[in-house]
Design a protein around this ligand. Structure first.
Ligand code: SF4
Length: 186
């Protein structure tokens, strides 16, 4: 039977959409403070737990990466439905980040360049197309253009200290406060 402390634990889900996992790596850089964190929260759907589907409604969802394909949009909407507070973590989630560099180039031209024009492309030079492959969007969208986002944690990646402070504020219900000089872009 669970004790009182365990009953009050908040549930947190995380996901990487069109991101590089750098934001998750930075999250893990909170190091031993994760031991303090898991006294207050439990992780649900997340690459950190390898839980691939929500098993309960969550209090907080952390989103790394923007949306570059239909699967990203589907997963982001699932997070919106299953999390009370949704947080864009890092520049890719907030602005599209590096993947959004393709946004000024027509999608067809991007695919031709990636699969047909480069010297390292496969012999058949076919642009992958299969019903089970997620449809690539015309451009990369930041998360707040797809669903309502409640908080933003900037940086590429946000450093571990900022993630730690932001999470503590979210867990305690305090207003989120990040000093401009603490933003980090590598
Ligand atoms: Fe990677 Fe930076 Fe995007 Fe995070 S914001 S997923 S670290 S490129």
């Amino acid at each position: 039977m669970k004790n009182e402390t365990e009953k009050k634990k908040l549930t947190v889900a995380t996901i990487s959409l069109a991101g590089c996992f750098g934001c998750h790596m930075s999250f893990i850089d909170i190091d031993l403070r994760i031991l303090d964190l898991i006294k207050q929260i439990e992780f649900n759907r997340s690459p950190l737990t390898d839980i691939k589907r929500f098993t309960k409604h969550c209090d907080i969802g952390l989103i790394e990466g923007g949306c570059c394909n239909a699967e990203n949009v589907k997963v982001l909407k699932e997070f919106r439905e299953n999390c009370d507070i949704l947080v864009s973590l890092g520049e890719c989630a907030i602005m599209g980040g590096l993947p959004a560099m393709r946004n000024d180039i027509p999608l067809k031209q991007c695919l031709q360049e990636a699969y047909q024009n480069v010297s390292t492309s496969a012999h058949n030079k076919v642009i992958p197309h299969h019903q089970e492959l997620p449809k690539i969007l015309d451009k990369v969208y930041p998360c707040h253009q797809i669903v309502k986002i409640d908080h933003f944690i900037p940086g590429c990646p946000p450093n571990a200290e900022i993630i730690w402070q932001s999470l503590k504020q979210l867990i305690s219900g305090e207003p989120q406060k990040i000093n401009y000089e603490d933003f980090k872009y590598d």
